[in-house]
Design a protein around this ligand. Structure first.
Ligand code: 5GP
Length: 180
């Protein structure tokens, strides 16, 4: 396996602190309500696991999986749902949890898809946000960290299925991304 050149962007303690802050805000916003948290597979599973364990409110969980087809690391706009939720969300409070928002295409699609099922409310929590790279207008309600352009891995995020297990977030050398 090729050795990846990467440098640390967010160490474990910074991630832990920020996740706890987000969990605190979400717990306060949904106090006395019954939240259903929907994670987007695969990337969001690590963040979601830490986030819900830092909640001071109960929640239920479910997952969706989406495939986004495009060249290299860029999504094309053709987003396809490959695994749907298994919970009824009609009249419920929903929080979508995503690893990273880039062009915004995945979340714009997913929010529309889920809104058709008439939840009472629907908000989005993204661990990372590459705000400057949007192709469609999309704002997450809760954001862990806003980052500049660059390809990141670790804490659930992969590069060709590698590096999801790393507890820190790393930025990888762009030349390696371009080579793929
Ligand atoms: P969007 O539809 O917003 O362009 O793309 C969101 C998806 O693209 C994320 O869920 C993630 O799978 C992927 N993505 C975007 N930027 C990065 C990145 O820097 N690193 C990794 N590992 N995935 C990314």
């Amino acid at each position: 396996m090729e050795k990846m050149q990467k440098k640390i962007l967010f160490p474990r303690d910074a991630i832990k602190k920020r996740v706890e802050e987000l969990a605190g805000r979400i717990s306060a916003d949904y106090k006395d309500r019954e939240l259903i948290v929907i994670g987007i597979l695969k990337g969001a599973f690590v963040f979601m696991a830490d986030l819900i364990r830092a909640f001071s409110i109960p929640c239920r969980i479910d997952f969706v999986r989406v495939a986004s087809y495009g060249a290299g690391t860029e999504s094309s706009g053709r987003v396809v749902l490959t695994k749907d939720i298994e919970t009824s969300i009609k009249g419920r409070d929903i929080l979508i949890v995503e690893d990273i928002v880039d062009t915004g295409l995945t979340l714009a699609y997913l929010v529309n898809w889920l809104k058709e099922r008439n939840p009472q409310s629907l908000k989005v929590c993204a661990f990372l946000d590459k705000r400057k790279r949007r192709k469609v207008a999309f704002e997450a309600d809760y954001v862990g960290f806003t980052i500049d352009d660059g390809f990141v891995v670790g804490y659930g995020l992969d590069f060709n299925e590698q590096s999801r297990f790393l507890p820190e977030v790393y930025i990888i050398d762009q030349q390696q991304v371009d080579k793929k």
